[in-house]
Design a binder for this molecule. Structure first.
Ligand SMILES: O=C([O-])CC(=O)C(=O)O
Ligand SMILES: [Mg+2]
Length: 235
């Protein structure tokens, strides 16, 4: 019988799109554990699904940095619209509004436009509105809050595809996001292969631990820290 703590190499593809597919089979917890083990930041707190989507959103990130609308009276492009227009299918829109929850960064019209482009999901360090439309149309939106207050006249897209900070994590365009019911984690593009390989091994180990518990092994034994040789706090 294989011990629940054995870790084996997972066979799989390693090209960029192959890694993207492998990432899509994982979840935020396995990716967070892999980031932890590698000493990488990336898992964020306080950002969750704003409607009860069961999807796991994964994909390369397009970033938006938000700023208050200048008081020059000039009309501006609506926040998010330039990213949507240039998006490729499968991308994840990430909006840095520095945790502000008194104004929305995303709404129903943006959701309709994003779905037409095949955008996989939206992650906001801030708030969104029209959440019922995103729910009905099936676009997962992660954020800190819902609020009815429009972005129009209040905030603008200061820059896109630039480094941003989401829940304290540094995120750049082209990094990868994983967002599900447990929350959000980001993987630096340059570390994707390493993180995916480790997260797969962690997920396999957990599956074997579940089997061991189901088979009647005491959970005190199965989940003991000694079974996680790379767990934080281990010497
Ligand atoms: O005005 C906004 O903040 C955006 C909005 O409602 C939409 O996209 O439908
Ligand atoms: Mg609206």
């Amino acid at each position: 019988m294989t011990d629940a703590t054995d870790v084996t190499e997972a066979p799989g593809t390693t090209g960029a799109s192959g890694l993207g597919k492998r990432l899509a089979a994982l979840d935020a917890c396995a990716v967070s554990d892999a980031l932890d083990t590698l000493g990488l930041p990336g898992a964020v707190t306080g950002i969750g699904p704003l409607w009860p989507s069961t999807a796991t959103v994964t994909g390369p990130v397009r970033t938006i940095r938000v700023a208050p609308k200048p008081r020059d009276g000039r009309p501006a492009q609506h926040i998010g619209t330039p990213v949507i227009e240039s998006a490729r299918p499968g991308e994840v829109v990430v909006i840095d509004n520095r945790g502000r929850t008194d104004v929305s960064c995303w709404g129903g019209i943006l959701t309709v436009a994003a779905l037409r482009k095949g955008i996989a999901g939206v992650i906001i360090d801030g708030a969104c509105r029209d959440v019922a439309e995103s729910h009905e149309l099936g676009l997962p939106v992660h954020g800190r809050a819902v609020v009815p207050v429009s972005a129009r006249g209040r905030i603008v897209q200061e820059a896109m595809d630039v480094p941003v900070t989401i829940g304290g994590a540094a995120v750049d365009a082209g990094d990868y996001a994983v967002a599900d019911r447990s929350g959000v984690a980001f993987v630096p593009a340059a570390r994707l292969a390493e993180v995916v390989e480790l997260a797969e091994r962690i997920a396999e180990r957990e599956a074997r631990m579940v089997e061991a518990v189901r088979a009647g092994r005491p959970v005190t034994e199965v989940m003991h820290d000694s079974k996680f040789p790379t767990a934080k706090g281990e010497s």
